[in-house]
Design a protein around this ligand. Sequence first.
Ligand SMILES: [Zn+2]
Length: 91
Amino acid sequence: MAETTKRQRSCIACGKQAGKTELFRIVRGPDGFAAFDSTGRAPGRGAYVCSQECFATACKTRKLERALKTKLDHEDLERIAAEVSSALREA
Ligand SMILES: [Zn+2]
């Protein structure tokens, strides 16, 4: 039996499964501050999205808030969206 060594994560918006490095991780740290986690290893509760579109969907449908178990206001979402899009530009 072949074992999967690479842990797959799924996008909270569309459910697509992918490796950790292919997804964008949003993390809510121990201090309750939510941010885009460019390293993929920040401590705290994380949620994954596969694209900017899915990030927008996850915000709209409040899936992101549910996944992170926190309230995100408009400013938080705008800030995280900007962080995600700047990461996309660098890629
Ligand atoms: Zn997705």
